[in-house]
Write a protein that binds this ligand. Structure first.
Ligand code: F6R
Length: 286
């Protein structure tokens, strides 16, 4: 696992993630991209939209799979993750809507829907690059504490911490749905590359547990320690409780967009220009 601390601010950390996604997409136009929702991702998507509008970043062959969706919310519901993705990214770039995938939280047979989602990911050749946030309880996707590291896409009961964390996104008196479909920890670990962005002081404690703590199902993000090609990108406040801060890579203020990301082979990958981001190859499906 690589850790990059970007002390120049949350915007710069998000920019580094957006730059890396853009480079990966340029290198592999039919990239299979795993996406997350939540407030952390908003500025990443803003920057990707800007790159599309100003620099012609091309999403026309990209395929996306989101981590999760609430059970019981139609895709048209403004609180659904379908709507979040349309508003923040899909409607603003040249992605083919047929290439964008989220679990269907309205499916009559939810278990069958989870199995279908897994099959769809596999049929696309697997996820090349999975972008992640982290919940206050250490969840990735909606893999709540006690989720097995081998877990697959399934229906998950949401914890009180998550219900409270996501309540501000729901207008009162509407309540956060109590269940969601989420990719499993095992599904996420199969992505060829993982990139987790955490910003803000409220994430500092759980980020330290995920990076420096023991592997535990009680902090599902700690499973990323097992991944051979995973990078945590943190702003200064989110990194504040790391004990071994000197062991990690620090972004240089003023050059923050160009922080480097290391491949599993130790090859220097740049999120700004060259050398190019390298992703292990996946089948070249249309
Ligand atoms: C959402 C998701 C979650 C969020 C996490 C952080 O698709 O997968 O794991 O990434 O809850 O949410 P924010 O960014 O709102 O703090």
């Amino acid at each position: 696992m690589d850790v990059i601390i970007q002390s120049a601010g949350a915007g710069r950390a998000a920019q580094a993630v957006a730059d890396f996604i853009a480079q990966a997409l340029t290198d592999k136009p039919n990239l299979v991209l795993g996406l997350a929702t939540g407030s952390t991702m908003e500025s990443v998507y803003e920057q990707l939209v800007r790159k599309h509008q100003k620099e012609g970043l091309d999403f026309s062959r990209c395929r996306t799979f989101n981590l999760d969706e609430y059970v019981g919310l139609p895709a048209e519901d403004p609180c659904s993750y379908h709507d979040f993705m349309r508003q923040r990214l899909f409607d603003k770039v040249n992605i083919d809507p047929r290439n964008t995938h989220l679990p269907d939280g309205m499916a009559s047979d939810l278990d069958a829907e989870c199995a279908r989602y897994e099959r769809l990911i596999a049929a696309s050749g697997g996820i090349d690059l999975q972008v992640l946030g982290i919940g206050l309880n250490g969840h990735i996707g909606f893999n709540e504490p006690s989720s097995a590291f081998e877990s697959r896409t399934r229906v998950q009961l949401l914890s009180q911490v998550t219900l409270d964390q996501n309540a501000p996104f729901f207008p009162k008196p509407k309540r956060v749905p109590r269940t969601a479909i989420t990719m499993g920890v095992g599904t996420i670990l199969e992505a060829r590359r993982c990139l987790l962005l955490a910003i803000g002081p409220e994430k500092a404690n759980i980020v330290a547990q995920a990076i420096e703590g023991p592997l535990t199902r009680m902090v599902t993000a700690s499973a990323l320690q097992l991944h051979s090609s995973c990078t945590f990108v943190l702003d200064g406040p989110a990194a504040a409780q790391l004990q071994k801060s000197g062991s990690y890579q620090h972004g240089i203020p003023g050059q923050s967009a160009g922080i480097s990301l290391l491949s599993p082979m130790g090859t220097q990958l740049s999120s700004s220009a060259s050398p190019r981001a390298s992703l292990r190859s996946s089948p070249d499906t249309p």
